[in-house]
Design a protein around this ligand. Sequence first.
Ligand code: FEO
Length: 398
Amino acid sequence: MFTRINITGKVYWIGVNDRKKHLFENIWPLPDGVAYNSYIIVDEKTAIVDTIESFGAGTSYLHRIEQHLEGRPLNYLIINHMELDHSGEVKTIIEKYPDVKIIGNSTTFKILAAYFGITENLLNTSEIGDTLDLGYHKLKFVMTPWIHWPETMMTYDTTDNILFSADAFGSFGTLDGGIFDDEINFEAYYEDNMRRYFSNIVGKYCNMTQKALKKLDGVPVNYICSTHGPVWRKNPEKVIELYDKWSCYEAESGVAIMYASMYGNTEAMADYIARRIAEEGIKEIRIFDVSKTHISYLISEIWKYKAVILGSCAYNGEMYPLMEQFCREMEHMSVKNKLLGLFGSYSWSGGGVKNLLKFAENIGWEQVADAIEVYGIPTDEKYTQCDALAKAMAGKLK
Ligand code: FEO
């Protein structure tokens, strides 16, 4: 039976859940799937805000659009973000509604031409003036580049204070019945998914997220309609606060210990250091083997905890390859404001700790104690150095 999911006023959710895809952007695991949120405004003029990924749901998506429009034309297709998880059904919509005006900015249209060859019926936001008047709803367009691509913008309805925020305030995880923030258990299911989404997808652009949040400062927002994850209508301040906190690198007082170990000596040091930190009274400690835990989750833990302790055995004169990949990603993302500890094993020719130290210098995190390197099994002397690292780290966190 056809049912409408009304956000408020004349705005409806017409998104879909993707439980088929294993990897978002062919890299980030999706054990809980992902939702592609799309919205339709059935006003005196009609509009869709962002489409969905093309993954086989296009026919039912189009059918739902037809049901909402009840034979009326579609006047506008607003593209806040061109990444393919939101522009996947643009062509389908144009084929069905050839007169639809596509609203975007100059960069949107460059990408639209490059990916889809679409160059007609374009309406640049710069030509619209102050607002696009749909009747009841009146829309403004705000550039928010690099959240997550250069063309990204947000659409703001001044009538009901609805922010169509594109990827900002998004989350991994499908919408399993509950769509609105007051219909879900956010802490139990979405918060980790949201932090992982933020850190993996938007984390490189923290400064741009801060710029966008400053543009929102003082603007009344009653509804946040992101392209992924829940729609916020009860407590939109909560998700704004979370994105603000994460984009400032504000983290919990805890430690993520990440190690790479072939024969167990680096792992033994990780366990020892963690135990000593626990004895100092720190309760939030998590240990990860980089060979087992996907980098997507490691990145998310970096955003969760203030302190990071990295351990690597040497491998062919370098860091262990998976630790090297992780460190390179941290540098690429320019993650800031962390406390750092380092340890590792010389293996047969060194290179693990030496390159961790180079990483520390490049990234500029505060190293709380000397790095510890063992040759073979850790000696009592080396464990004493681990004590010093644990004590220094706990002292910084208390
Ligand atoms: Fe959800 Fe950047 O696309």
